[in-house]
Design a protein around this ligand. Structure first.
Ligand code: BGC
Length: 724
């Protein structure tokens, strides 16, 4: 019953720049309707209406996929919207497909996503009557097209709405030459408006700007009420942070204009953008036509409508704020695809960022469908030689193959399988996983993969000379990815002998080159942490490398890791006898450390350990996002180590849980829960007289192992308490 495949893609007959055009069709319904179903999609983004009422509550449909190969369509029950005389209408904007400016445009200035030169819309309205007969209304050249009052809509630059615009100039729509075969049903939870936040304060900056503060860095848009003289132009600039003097700071948004421009028509109206989003905490108002009242502005938070699953709380309010910042970072960067940041002229599905955060993300929200969709686009964008592009959906002009980034091809499916026990993702992604490992094999000599372009331990604090080398990192990831591929292949009953031989050869070469006298030759926190967590060491080396890592941390007194080392650092310490040191890093308030940003007012995770310097100045204007989730991977440690909820790799999907919380005298309690596919798994510990009380909750049908000082016990479902 997917009638959309019978429809034709239609578009505006004349180029209308970045103005939003509407396509519409009128029709009568003569009989009693039993059910009416609309299926719709766009090359671009669309909002459909029937008789003036919005169809569905999804935002930025049809979502972002590799448009060269796949475009999702949405299915809506519209029975209640039909009358006797009807008008179906869709407004279409550029969306992700036809970004102009910023990273979506290549150096030559072309918009890439599938060399798009136009947007298009496709739909079918299938009406079933009470008498058993049916009608199908399909998009074709009989639809009409008109320009709308949305004079500009651009993902980075914002939206311009002219309330005075006269939408009467109508022409026939043009049919567009795209295949309906591109269409695929919506795969993940759609983006929806999730949270509404009131403005916290309105103030005037030292430079005289009128600014509204929502108290939270967020991704979405603002809804506002406005009344000004006909033709009056007012605008709002959305931005993340104030500078050290309390003035508007927009340099870190780079080319993204992040502006809403509104032309008044003399009446009071409530407006919100529909075809774009912004990463912001503040609004700067220009030429506001009336008194600025906080109650006239509401921030609307958008993200993919995933189920919330993970919660964490402890006795330290700053750690709790840090955890909240991780949650907000995920919200802001899970708008249909996992992005690096939501504010500047980038907002791309950077593979490295996604892979370092995937595990954490899978605890906090149910991201199974979200990642499965994104991984299909990763496969689509993968080159014939197996190289994976650095951003997915691909822009088509960036290269690929960087270690730790392209490894998203193996790490993300494995993680989704681990958290949800979903074998289907492994079945679907196996070819892509293998082909990425084959790429590394093909480029290796004597077991080692050398050469290529790599971001390495991005944004680490080691300094250029002393940082973990590219050969070390690329071979650590080569081994790790191959080990995941081998495990996947075996699970799927595939002969992996060839890959095992390759793994052994690389491991031998890696060990010969990078392990000497029981230590890692690369004397960095990241190198040690990865060797410890990836499992390249024998028991004795594990001890000596753990002590090497502990010394490295103790000597400088803080972490130095970048994107690649950070997710593993605390685990490498606490799993090897240095739990206190791991807590030292977590609880550190000075730069560099997680609580440094909290103390400096962060409400999301920063891109750099020092996005803002202690004196309030900025790291740099060029690449400084205040909502970048990579370092939020620390929440994984909060769940797995501080609260001690872990699942066994053998029993994917939390079929068997291990509870082994790590207490610390600086905290009096920790509690966390994860709503797994089997039900809620929870752990709590509290300081009691001279000891601790632990409470573990195991869902129905799940078994668990409790590991506490002096206790090792197998338990079944229910709530279990221990006092140690
Ligand atoms: C992004 C990162 C990304 C990196 C690659 C940046 O511009 O924001 O998060 O992983 O480039 O080095």
């Amino acid at each position: 019953m997917d009638h959309i495949y019978e429809a034709k893609w239609i578009t505006s007959p004349a180029a209308c720049g970045e103005a939003v055009y509407a396509l519409e069709k009128t029709f009568s319904v003569e009989k009693a309707v039993k059910r009416a179903t609309l299926q719709a999609s766009a090359l671009g983004v669309y909002v459909a209406q029937i008789n003036g009422a919005r169809v569905g509550d999804q935002i930025l449909s049809p979502g972002w996929t590799d448009y060269r190969y796949r475009v999702q369509y949405q299915t809506y029950d519209v029975t209640g919207l039909l009358g006797k005389e009807n008008c179906i209408c869709a407004r279409v904007a550029h969306g992700w497909r036809m970004h102009r400016g910023g990273w979506q445009t290549n150096w030559a200035g072309n918009s890439i996503a599938s060399s798009a030169s136009e947007t298009a819309f496709i739909a079918s309205l299938f009406i079933e009557y009470e008498d058993g007969s049916t009608d199908t209304i399909l998009t074709d050249g009989t639809w009409a097209c008109r320009e709308t009052g949305t004079r500009m809509a651009n993902m980075y630059n914002g939206e311009t709405f002219d309330a005075t615009f006269c939408e009467t100039f109508v022409r026939p729509a043009a049919e567009a030459d795209y295949s309906p075969k591109l269409l695929t049903p919506q795969e993940n939870e759609p983006v929806r408006e999730q949270i509404r936040l009131s403005a916290e304060r309105v103030f005037t900056t030292p430079q005289g700007d009128t600014v509204i503060d929502f108290g939270q860095n967020l991704t979405g848009y603002v809804e506002f009420s406005i009344c000004g003289e006909k033709g009056h132009k007012a605008s709002i600039r959305c931005f993340e942070v104030l500078d050290k003097d309390g003035n508007v700071y927009v340099e870190n948004l780079r080319a993204a204009q992040t502006t809403i421009t509104y032309y008044c028509d003399g009446t009071r109206r409530t407006f919100k953008p529909e075809f774009t989003f912004y990463g912001f905490q503040y609004l700067c108002l220009h030429d506001w036509p009336e008194d600025v009242k906080a109650e006239n502005f509401t921030a609307i938070v958008l993200f993919s409508d995933m189920k919330r699953t993970g919660y964490f709380e402890c006795s330290d309010k700053d750690v709790n704020r840090l955890f909240e910042n991780v949650v907000w970072g995920q919200r802001g960067n899970f708008v249909d695809v996992p992005t690096d940041c939501p504010q500047r002229d980038e907002r791309l599905g950077w593979t490295g960022d996604a892979q370092v955060f995937a595990r954490t993300a899978s605890y906090i929200y149910d991201v199974r469908k979200f990642f499965k969709k994104w991984l299909r686009d990763l496969s689509c964008g993968q080159h014939a030689d197996g190289s994976v592009e650095h951003v997915i959906p691909t822009l088509g002009w960036m290269s690929g193959g960087a270690c730790g980034w392209s490894d998203a091809a193996t790490i993300c499916p494995w993680q989704i399988y681990q958290t949800y026990g979903d074998r289907e993702v492994l079945v679907e992604q196996f070819a892509s996983m293998r082909s990425w490992v084959d790429y590394m094999r093909t480029h290796s000599t004597g077991g080692l993969w050398l050469g290529g372009d790599h971001f390495a331990d991005w944004l680490n604090l080691d300094g250029d000379e002393a940082a973990t080398s590219k050969p070390y990192l690329q071979n650590a990831y080569f081994l790790y990815s191959n080990s995941l591929l081998i495990r996947t292949g075996k699970l799927l009953g595939i002969d992996m002998t060839e890959y095992e031989a390759c793994f052994d050869e690389t491991l031998a070469a890696f060990r010969a080159r990078f392990i000497k006298d029981g230590k890692i030759t690369e004397n960095t926190q990241t190198a040690c942490a990865e060797a410890l967590v990836f499992g390249f060491l024998n028991a004795e080396e594990q001890k000596s490398v753990a002590s090497q890592l502990a010394s490295l941390v103790e000597e400088c007194g803080h972490l130095k890791t970048g994107f690649l080392g950070t997710p593993y650092l605390l685990h490498a310490l606490s799993d090897n006898g240095y739990g206190k040191l791991a807590y030292d890093l977590l609880l550190r308030h000075e730069f560099p450390g997680w609580l440094y940003s909290v103390d400096n007012g962060a409400t999301t995770i920063w891109e750099h350990w020092d996005s803002r310097n202690p004196d309030g100045s900025m790291w740099d204007a060029g690449m400084n996002s205040f909502n970048h989730y990579a370092y939020g991977s620390v929440a994984q440690w909060m769940f797995e180590c501080a609260a001690g909820i872990r699942h066994d790799e053998k029993d994917a999907g939390f079929a068997h849980v291990v509870f082994s919380p790590l207490t610390d005298s600086r905290l009096t309690y920790v509690k966390a829960s994860i709503d797994t596919v089997h039900g809620v798994c929870a752990s709590e510990w509290r300081e009691t007289d001279g000891g601790y009380t632990y409470t573990f909750t195991v869902p129905e049908g799940v078994t668990a192992t409790v590991l506490l000082p002096g206790v090792r016990e197998e338990i079944g479902s229910g709530t279990h308490t221990y006092t140690v």
